[in-house]
Structure formats: C-alpha cells, structure tokens
Design a protein around this ligand. Structure first.
Ligand code: 16G
Ligand code: ZN
Length: 537
C-alpha cells in the first residue's frame, strides 16, 4: 500500500524549485537538466499510481531530451501498450510537478488516487531507461527514490533508445514473460532478435544495396545500431552495410552538436563530418533514435533530403501495391501534420489515391488518427513515424488462405513488414530497416525513391516572443484564432505568392513560436517566412 509518510520524507530530499512552472507537453517534461530532479522523483510516483490504476500493468519511463542540446534532459511516461501516456494523466503529471511543498504533493497524490478509484494495495511495476546524456545517472537516482517511496517494483534498463523502452514495455505486458536474464540485457536482445529476423524475412533473397552512412548524432543510436547490424549480419552476412559516423557517446558536448536528424532537416545540409560523393547514401538519427531522415547529393551536387514525408510516400506506395496484389480487403490511410510538404500531400492523394488526414503536431495525435485505418501510415516531416496494422488487418494478413503464388508472395511480404516496423512508436532503427527493405525489394537508388515528387521549397523559422500562450490555433494548427486578426494578415501575404502556404503555431517543446512557409521558389518562401515572422514578432 501507499505509505504517505514515507513519500513525504523522501520528497524532502527533492524540493521543488519555487520559481519554475512545469508543463507535461508533447514531449513530456523537457528543460535544462538541473531543473528536473524534483520532477523526475515525482514522475516515479506517478508511474506507480498509473500502474496500480491499470491493474498492475508495467509502465515505462524514459529519461531523454531527444534532439535537444546535451545540457537539457527530460522525462516521459509510456503506457502499457507502448503508447504515449493517456492525455488526462498528462494533467496529473503537471499537477504533481508543480506541487509547491511536500504537503501539497501528498494532497495531489491523494486526489489522483480518489479521482481514479485507485486501489492502493495493488502491486505495481515500472521499467525505465535513459539516453547517453551526462545528467542521466543523477536523474535516474531521483527516479529510483520516487519509485522506492511509493513501494513499487522498478526495473532499470540502463542506456536504451526511446523506442527500445517503448517496445520492451509493450513486450512485458503483452508477450510471454521472459524466463531468465536481466531486463537490461533482455531489452536489447529481444529487440535485436525481433528486428533482425523480420528484416531477413522482408528482404528475402534480393541483392543488397550500396553501403549507407549513418550519422548517429553521437547518441544512443550509435551503439544500438552497431549491435543490431551485427545481429543482422550474423544471420546472413552483408545484407546490410552500415557505416556509422558521429558515434562518440563519451566525449562531452558532442551529442546532437552539428549533427543528427534535426540539424539536417532544419538546416537542409549534411551533418558535420560527412562529405557526400554523388549518390552516396546517408541518414541521420536523433539523440534518442526515434527519428530518421535520409539524404544524398544528386548528379548536379544538389543536396536532396528524404524526410518523413518521403518515407511515408515510400511506405504507403509499397504497402498499397502489396495489398492490391494480395487481393486482401484492407484499407490504407496516411496521417500527416501541417508541416508535411504540399507536394507530398498532393502526391499521396492524387498519385497514390490514398486518404490523407492532417492532425496537430505530436506523436499522440498522429498515432491515434492512424489507428482509425486498417493500415495507418504516419510520419512527421521531421522523420518521426511508423506504420500501424490494426488487429483486423493483422488477422486478415495472417489468416489469408492460400491463393495464387503471386498473392501468396505479397501476403508473406506484408507479414514480414508487420514485424519489421516498431508499431509502438516511431523508431529510427526499425524505420531504417523498413526503408532499406523496401528499397532492396524495389532495387531502387535514393534518386529513384526521391523522384516520386519534388518538394516545394520551404522554410521553418522560430520567433522568440514574450508569451507564446497567446497564440491559439485550430484546423490542425493551420489557422490562428488568436491573436485576433493575425490570420487575415497572414492570408493576405500568402496570396501574393505562387503555391504559397504559411502557418504559425506555438512550440510545444521550446519557448518560441514557429513559422512555416512554402512557395514555388526558395527566394519566395524565405521572403514569405520572413514577412510572416515580422507579423508575429
Ligand atoms: C516532440 C514530439 C514530436 C514533435 C515535436 C514538435 C513526441 C514523441 N515528439 O519532439 O512529435 O514533432 O515535439 O516540437 O511527441 P515543437 O512543438 O517544439 O514544434
Ligand atoms: Zn527523439
């Protein structure tokens, strides 16, 4: 049961910093690492409550700040199925984090217990992991104090990628409980085994492609990809040739610095330390390996980015073809955000003839929308995404009666894809294998992949404002409703540019407002972005 005196005593060691107002946002709590100890202690308590509420199911907790600078850190909770924490509980997280005194904290805990009819005597368990940040160990210690204070079983997974933590949480709740071995080792082994085997199934005996350079952002993706590739090549040597760069996780100051998926996507240029020759294939992960973008330079030495939109187009195109060939009655849909390039949207709707939905930024919105389809493909332009196969689709794919040899082959391939994609959350390593498998099946170069459509020139800028909370949006963040009158001004500007589009939204992770613009030329869209930013400022 819950011993409130024990919690109060433990909490005294992690006093809340008075002046800070915490918010559990799209990426959980995220900020300078030194402000997080009290928050993470309390998140341990919240994880225990959540587990009790959900009949002792295992809850996951990840300590990471993804692509943010090394000095930042963060924390988020993962529900038993491997999905993001349910929205109502985000509010509880915020309440807990902001309780000013130990007594306030106890009061908030009691109110969560009573509001949810939580049985305090229920067993509970939590698994947790961290990325490679230097502040990680200290924050893990705070988390463990919180977990201990609420008398809950905790399993430390050590250093893991965010998607590994999601997958292992799901695994513990819904797959056969592992008989032996430490969780820290199992969370690696089960993950490598699953994705290595699925990759072989999906690739079949098609010849492999040229090596791919992977910029690991000097983060956790480096050691994990190295081991995963070893597993893959142990089964069949040379089916995947990865050359990992920016793999230094030990030197201070290197994580995400001038490298990684966010750096490449935002700057539309290769990371530090990588000079590309024509047609050389490359990709960048982010600091916790849940995002990936691909890129190359073409024969004119132009840098070409294959971002989340391109991944969605590649994945949807391949899956739609397989579904058609298989003769199965399965619908496919794609989910995007306002950041999706206008050309990608047009390509999906007009060429692939697939329904496309637009939702607000943040994985939870994309994920939930994607669950409405038999096969839901979702990718944010920034490279975060996955493909969800509904129980109905899985059922049809796995129980499909033998038909023609061609249909049989397509169904087998679909089966392999369901296993190759990490369905709990966007996963840079699983996405890498998924993309490689499709390209290997198609025997496509990056150039062939890229040729599906041409991106409209686009620009993303951030504007520091006094109070970003005054910016309120609707229509999946594409329209501002407040401040009043601003949207009309933006519309007027946009109308002056061919293929112009622009929107303004407050960031959920930084204290800024983001302005996105696209138009038919780079000069135009830069100008449009600049002018819209001027309106916001
Ligand atoms: C977080 C989100 C990501 C989103 C980004 C937007 C998750 C796991 N991650 O990183 O999906 O694109 O925030 O940040 O939900 P912004 O609100 O600062 O633009
Ligand atoms: Zn990330």
């Amino acid at each position: 049961t819950i011993d409130y005196d024990k919690i109060k005593e433990a909490s005294a060691k992690y006093p809340k910093l008075k002046e800070i107002n915490y918010t559990y946002g799209t990426a959980g709590f995220r900020m300078k690492a030194e402000y997080l100890e009290s928050v993470i202690f309390r998140v341990g308590i919240l994880g225990g409550l959540r587990s009790k509420k959900l009949n002792s199911k295992v809850i996951g907790i990840m300590i990471t700040a993804s692509h943010n600078p090394e000095a930042d850190n963060g924390v988020k909770l993962v529900d038993p199925s491997g999905e993001m924490l349910e929205q109502q509980w985000e509010g509880y997280a915020t309440q807990l984090a902001n309780a000013q005194s130990d007594d306030d904290l106890i009061a908030v805990i009691k109110s969560i217990v009573s509001e949810n009819g939580i049985d305090e005597s229920k067993e509970a368990s939590i698994v947790y992991a961290r990325d490679t940040r230097p502040s990680g160990p200290k924050l893990v210690a705070a988390l463990e104090e919180g977990i201990k204070a609420i008398n809950v079983a905790g399993g430390n997974l050590g250093i893991k990628s965010t998607p590994q933590l999601h997958y292992f949480t799901y695994y513990l709740n819904y797959c056969e409980k592992p008989a032996e071995g430490s969780y820290e080792e199992l969370a690696d082994k089960l993950y490598y085994e699953k994705f290595a085997e699925a990759f072989h199934k999906a690739v079949g005996d098609n010849p492999c492609l040229s090596p791919i350079y992977i910029d690991a952002a000097n983060g956790v993706g480096a050691p994990k990809l190295k081991e995963l590739a070893e597993w893959i090549n142990k089964i069949n040597n040379n089916v995947l040739k990865v050359i990992i760069i920016n793999d230094d996780i030990n030197s201070q100051g290197k994580l995400n610095f001038q490298c990684g998926a966010d750096y490449v996507k935002t700057g539309q240029k290769p990371p530090f330390g990588l000079t590309l020759t024509t047609e050389q294939r490359a990709a960048s992960l982010d600091g916790d390996a849940d995002r990936i973008v691909f890129y190359y330079v073409d024969e004119n030495r132009t840098f070409r980015l294959l971002d989340g939109d391109k991944i969605a187009a590649l994945a949807a195109g391949f899956i739609i073809e397989l579904v058609k060939t298989s003769g199965l009655d399965i619908n496919v849909g794609v989910v995007q955000t306002a950041y999706a390039n206008g050309s990608s949207h047009a390509y999906l709707e007009k060429e692939l003839k697939v329904p496309v939905a637009c939702v607000p930024t943040g994985v939870k919105y994309l994920h939930h929308k994607a669950q409405e389809y038999d096969v839901g493909v979702y990718f944010e332009a920034n490279g975060h995404g996955t493909v969800l196969f509904s129980p109905n689709a899985l059922n049809k794919i796995h129980s499909a009666e033998k038909r023609t040899a061609e249909q049989e082959k397509a169904i087998k391939k679909l089966q392999a894809l369901t296993e190759l994609i990490n369905q709990t959350v966007g996963d840079a390593l699983s996405d890498l294998l998924f993309v490689e498998a499709i390209l290997i099946n198609r025997q496509w170069t990056f150039n062939q992949w890229n040729s599906a459509y041409t991106d409209l020139p686009n620009r993303l800028v951030k504007v520091v404002v006094e109070n970003r909370q005054i910016f309120k949006t609707t229509n999946a963040e594409r329209t501002l409703v407040e401040p009043k009158g601003l949207q009309e001004k933006i519309d007027k500007l946009v109308a002056q540019y061919k293929d112009g589009r622009s929107f303004v939204r407050p960031s959920g992770t930084e204290d800024v407002v983001r302005v996105y613009a696209e138009a038919s030329t780079q000069k135009d869209c830069d100008e449009l972005a600049f002018k819209v930013a001027g309106l916001v400022y």
